[in-house]
Write a protein that binds this ligand. Structure first.
Ligand code: NAP
Ligand code: HSE
Length: 338
């Protein structure tokens, strides 16, 4: 049965949830035209119904009851934008079990439970998409799984965390104190609810494990990725690197040679001719080495409400268009998850 409007539930209305809402509202006309139906937010799950929100949405959309969302027959897609492992994973499982397609921006949950969620979605003929989980607005998961799908990928190297790149840029260029810049990254909506995951490199490791699964088909737990964050990087280190014409960046690298996968996240001094050295502030970038297409360099905003909302909305649109065309769940699975 063709649908005239596609109903969305947003689980979470923080940085990403509110950014996604704004993208869907402010670009509603073009989205409706592209999908062939209106794409409407019909419910928003939050923890605290009394919290003041900087983005306005009608009060009747808000609920703190996940069961009410599952019970609403006009919701077709659930977007999990809460963060953390639980109850996010259980909510995604339950959304799938109830016949809803799922979109998520939650790299922590996907890096650990994405494989079983993918299997479940495929068993049920439903779609699970997560472009926003890796590098915010940069369409890197789409690039790897579709446009570069005919290539063998040999290496991935990137700046996968916006918060740490913002901190290193501001500390290095302006001498701004670490704690002050971290606070600004939090205020701008780049950082995780607990920024330890950012500054210790775990967020980049989660994203790297998702990239590895998509690019190499290998499962690696983020816990098994050799990981060092930026908390040990001082202004003196940044200045010493600059004096040698280098810039220190938090670099995630994965390569596969003779069947051997190597993966790491660590601060690396890069010479100025390396394109990653010139990626500043919350921008992310990924250099993908392919056996046919050669090197591909993708760059864009890796964090923040609207860039991330753009990626979430892109996944919602794709699923909505499939629902309208009655092809949802029949598309070949082109992405792998650990
Ligand atoms: P956030 O600002 O902390 O927002 C989280 C939202 O989820 C809040 O609205 C919160 O409700 C709600 N929530 C949390 N736990 C809940 C629960 N148990 N039940 C109901 N609602 C709950 O987080 P965020 O920055 O938007 O990040 C969300 C997800 O996107 C995370 O997985 C993060 O890693 C990922 N992500 C973030 C970015 C970014 O730039 N920030 C980019 C890419 C991906 P209240 O508002 O009532 O507290
Ligand atoms: N905290 C993350 C970052 C959000 O700073 O990159 C985007 O995934």
């Amino acid at each position: 049965m063709k649908k005239e409007s596609i109903g969305i539930a947003l689980l979470g209305f923080g940085n990403v949830g509110s950014g996604t809402y704004r993208v869907l509202e402010e670009n509603a006309a073009l989205i409706s035209k592209r999908v062939g139906a209106d794409v409407c937010v019909r419910a928003i799950l939050v923890r605290d119904l009394n919290k003041e929100r900087s983005v306005h949405a009608p009060a009747e959309l808000f609920t703190d009851d996940f069961e009410a969302i599952l019970g609403n027959p006009d919701i077709h897609i659930v977007a999990e934008l809460m963060g953390g492992v639980e109850p996010a994973v259980t909510y995604m499982e339950r959304a799938l079990a109830s016949g809803r397609h799922v979109v998520s921006a939650n790299k922590e949950a996907l890096a650990r439970f994405g494989g079983s969620l993918t299997e479940r979605s495929q068993e049920l003929g439903l779609m699970l998409r997560y472009e926003a989980a890796v590098c915010g607005a940069i369409p890197v998961m789409n690039a790897i799984s579709t446009a570069l799908g005919a290539n063998e990928i040999t290496r991935i190297q990137g700046i996968l965390n916006g918060t740490t790149n913002y901190i290193l840029t501001r500390m290095g260029e302006e001498g701004a104190p670490y704690a002050q810049v971290l606070k600004q990254a939090q205020d701008l909506g780049f950082a995780e609810a607990d920024p330890t995951a950012d500054v210790e490199g775990h967020d980049a490791a989660n994203k790297l494990s998702l990239l590895i699964a998509a690019a190499f088909g290998d499962t690696i737990s983020p816990d098994n990725i050799d990981c060092t964050g930026i908390t040990g990087v001082t202004k003196d280190d940044l200045d010493a690197a600059a004096a040698s014409g280098e810039t220190i960046k938090l670099i995630a690298t994965a390569d596969k040679e003779n069947g051997m996968l190597r993966a790491s996240v660590r601060p690396v001094p890069l010479p100025s001719e390396n394109p990653l050295a010139r990626v500043r502030n919350e921008f992310n970038a990924v250099l993908i080495s392919c056996n046919m297409a050669d090197d591909i360099f993708l760059q864009g905003r890796g964090a923040g409400p609207l860039p991330t909302g753009s990626a979430v909305a892109g996944d919602l649109l794709e699923i909505a268009a499939c629902i309208v065309r009655e092809t949802a769940g029949r598309a070949l699975p082109t992405r792998r998850l650990p």
